[in-house]
Design a protein around this ligand. Structure first.
Ligand SMILES: C[S@@+](CC[C@H](N)C(=O)[O-])C[C@H]1O[C@@H](n2cnc3c(N)ncnc32)[C@H](O)[C@@H]1O
Length: 222
């Protein structure tokens, strides 16, 4: 995903070669709290990285797993390495009821800019899933000549984040410590497709995800 592109001193940082930019679990909780997700469906995040999406879904009682091209976690919900854009099918594709929820690689594969990557990923997810597909993408993704026909045909629901999610590179989180999650710099949304009701809308319903309540610092007596 696009994310923090510059240092505090304004200098451009090289992107992670596989777009490993990590969202926090509240980002997925916000999705689950705004739309209805079926209990009797298996959920897959095929770009799971350290596994925040499947972990957040599990916390909401859903049966969720993750795969990724690389092993970035040893969590039991990680089902192993899988190239979502490769020729091999994953056994999860045989699930009778499958939804895909993902923060996909946005534009880079092995350090190379791939035009149309996120659209290709969304199309593939829509072929694979039987129920819902939800993709976390930058808000600016809506505005595009190349995706116009896709949006007109598929009419996703749009959930706009009022608060910018922080999305640091996964390989820097440990070193950054608390600073990893200080503030996001890019506006994001969830796009949600429901394959059980593909013609539900002749428009794209839009919802706003409220900002989280800020923790107030306790007043120190003078
Ligand atoms: C935006 S990050 C997802 C972050 C994740 N939600 C987390 O908790 O770490 C995208 C992830 O997609 C993976 N990825 C990139 N290209 C891939 C591909 N072709 N197939 C599967 N995974 C891929 C990267 O390794 C990276 O972990």
């Amino acid at each position: 995903m696009t994310s923090e592109l510059s240092n505090d001193n304004g200098k451009k940082k090289p992107r992670h070669p596989w777009d490993w930019y990590v969202e926090q679990q509240w980002v997925t909780h916000a999705l689950v709290d705004m739309i209805s997700l079926d209990d009797d469906v298996t959920y897959l995040d095929p770009f799971c990285g350290m596994g925040n999406i499947p972990m957040a879904l599990r916390q909401r009682g859903l049966q969720a797993y993750g795969t990724d091209k690389f092993t970035r976690t040893n969590h039991p919900l990680f089902l192993g390495e899988h190239d979502f854009l490769g020729d091999q099918h994953h056994m999860m594709e045989a699930e009778k009821a499958l939804s895909i929820i993902m923060n996909p690689a946005f534009s880079f594969q092995d350090g190379v800019l791939v035009q149309g990557l996120s659209l290709r990923i969304c199309r593939r997810a829509l072929e694979m899933a039987t129920h819902k597909v939800a993709a976390l993408v930058p808000l600016k993704w809506l505005s595009s000549e190349t995706r116009y026909q896709f949006f007109m045909k598929t009419r996703p629901q749009i959930l706009v984040f009022s608060e910018r999610p922080s999305m640091p590179p996964g390989n820097e989180i440990e070193a950054l410590g608390d600073k990893a999650w200080k503030r996001g710099k890019v506006d994001y949304m969830w796009l949600v497709w429901d394959k059980q009701n593909p013609h539900a809308y002749d428009h794209s319903p839009t919802l706003w995800i409220p900002p989280r309540e800020k923790l107030k610092k306790p007043k120190v007596a003078a």
